[in-house]
Design a protein around this ligand. Structure first.
Ligand SMILES: C[S@@+](CC[C@H](N)C(=O)[O-])C[C@H]1O[C@@H](n2cnc3c(N)ncnc32)[C@H](O)[C@@H]1O
Length: 219
């Protein structure tokens, strides 16, 4: 797996099979903060918050969410699904805790990768964590369970099977009423699939380099 430095100085990975970056090359941390923390997590003014993430990958979204939980004194349950876990040697190459100025989180960040799959772990008093080693295409998250979904699959061009009405229907069912799903992608066919699954859609300004992103609501 190739480690690349994006324009904000933070690393991302390049998947050579899919010819796809794990994050925006304009800035990995910048994008994750914008799409998932600012327009996802910070949409809520009360905790506890239950989050389901599609694509654990480098764990950057999980790390930023854990840090935000501590900063805002939130209580978060974070469940994430990943079909192709990265090896710890790759994770150790990534500069996220250093770029964020949180070197002391180097250990906790690695802990997210090292804990056992498919069981819940209390990482600290704000952050409870479970990672599921499975494909989203065959896994059904618990219905009416989550306030927030981070939908961070590879792009619809490379993985169209992840962006279908059937997958979004599963996401819709996993949310509580008034729950939301956020994603970096704003493609018209994706909006259509979300609407057919029952979502109401807000288009929001995207992270630098992207005109728009989507926040989908279960009303
Ligand atoms: C855009 S990357 C995720 C980035 C990740 N959130 C991060 O912060 O590094 C997409 C992730 O989805 C995973 N993935 C691909 N197909 C999947 C599937 N069918 N089910 C679950 N995860 C899948 C990939 O292995 C990859 O880690």
């Amino acid at each position: 797996m190739l480690v690349i430095t994006t324009q904000d100085g933070s690393h991302t990975l390049f998947n050579e099979t899919l010819n796809e970056f794990y994050h925006s090359d304009k800035g990995a941390i910048q994008e994750s903060k914008h799409v998932f923390v600012k327009d996802g997590l910070n949409y809520f003014s009360q905790s506890p918050i239950r989050i389901f993430e599609v694509g654990f990958g480098t764990g950057l979204n999980a790390l930023l969410t854990m840090l935000e939980a501590e900063k805002q004194n939130l209580s978060i349950y974070y469940e994430t699904i990943e079909l192709h876990p990265l090896v710890i040697e790759t994770i150790k190459e990534l500069n996220y805790t250093q770029q964020l100025g949180y070197e002391f989180c180097y250990g906790p960040y690695h802990t997210l990768h090292l804990v056992r799959w498919n069981e819940e772990h209390q990482i600290n008093k704000h952050f409870s964590f479970k990672k599921i080693n499975s494909s989203l295409l065959t896994y059904t998250p618990q219905p009416s369970c989550f306030e927030l979904i981070y939908f961070d699959a590879f792009s619809p061009e490379q993985q169209p099977e992840m962006w279908t009405k059937e997958v979004f229907r599963k996401m819709f069912d996993a949310l509580v009423r008034n729950g939301i799903l956020v994603t970096y992608c704003s493609k018209v066919s994706v909006q259509q699939a979300m609407k057919e699954a029952g979502f109401t859609i807000d288009k929001l300004p995207g992270a630098p380099g992207k005109r728009e992103m989507l926040r989908a609501h279960k009303k």
